[in-house]
Design a binder for this molecule. Structure first.
Ligand code: B12
Length: 213
């Protein structure tokens, strides 16, 4: 029963059946499936397929956009219901998608999980000029700067952010964590980021570790 609903949700994302997204998400919650499971084992699985279809040129941008909107419709229901175990580490986190990149679904899931875990989030949005991040980190005396990118060309922005943080004397007092499809643990080490996370579940673990340092 549970698996069927999750498969159906993945399919709805793949096909961009936007109207079915909310009712199905509600049905899944009603069936006792956790929001996390619905997001990671349902919606995200669908989005993986969308990515593969785009790579194979079976899908073009309008279809990808429709799938993204479908995922967002379901997330409207799911994100407010996310229950994350409080991790006993509180802190201020500035989060956003780096300049040049508009992919923000993953960032928004990460943000919801960190908020659920008891942290204070300052969401900068997507395609954000690097300077704005530094200004916000300084203004809020943030403990962590968390950035996301799914595109290779915009990786350079993350390297630049590390430099900019150093220049204003915040590298150290403010830890950095990065994630998103274009990033990797190796890349994080290369640029001197303090942590890298594969997904939103890991994001909570690494943020709490960074806050305890
Ligand atoms: C949906 C999508 C879009 C949507 C985005 C809608 C939106 N509001 O986000 C639209 C249609 C707008 C779009 C546009 C484009 N896209 Co697009 N898109 C995708 C697609 C299919 C899925 C991305 C997604 O939402 N995944 C689901 C979420 C939940 O996963 P996620 O983002 O990876 O996030 C998880 C983890 O990565 C992690 N995470 C994410 N951020 C962070 C941050 C931290 C700190 C941590 C710890 C963890 C973490 O946790 C998240 C949850 O678990 C990917 C394919 C793919 N394989 O990723 C291509 C993809 C990212 N797009 C791509 C491209 C090229 C584009 C365009 C340039 C296309 C074009 N020619 O115009 C434009 C981008 C324009 C721009 N300047 O940004 C390429 C990027 C290639 C590259 N390496 O550079 C990809 C990989 C497709 C491909 N194979 O070619 N796209």
């Amino acid at each position: 029963m549970g698996n069927e609903l999750l498969d159906k949700l993945a399919e709805v994302v793949v096909k961009g059946k936007i109207k079915e997204a909310k009712p199905l998400a509600e049905q899944a919650l009603g069936a006792g499936i956790t929001p996390q499971t619905v997001i990671f084992d349902g919606l995200s699985k669908g989005m993986e397929v969308v990515g593969q279809k785009y790579e194979k040129k079976e899908y073009y941008l309008p279809q990808v956009l429709l799938s993204a909107q479908t995922m967002y419709a379901a997330l409207d229901i799911l994100l407010p219901k996310l229950k994350v175990e409080e991790v006993g580490a509180s802190g201020k986190i500035v989060i956003g998608v780096v300049e040049g990149d508009v992919h923000d679904i993953g960032k928004n899931i990460v943000k919801a999980m960190l908020t659920g875990a008891g942290m204070t989030l300052y969401d900068m949005g997507r395609d954000v000029p690097l300077k704005k991040y530094i200004e916000k980190v300084q203004a809020e005396k943030a403990n962590i700067l968390a950035t996301s990118t799914l595109m290779t060309p915009t990786l350079a922005g993350m390297r630049e952010l590390e430099k900019m943080l150093k220049e204003v004397g915040m590298k150290g007092p403010c830890k950095t964590m990065i994630g998103g499809g274009a990033t990797s643990k190796e890349f994080a080490a290369q640029i001197g980021a303090d942590a890298w996370g594969y997904d939103a579940i890991e994001a909570v673990k690494i943020a709490s570790q960074l806050l305890k340092k």
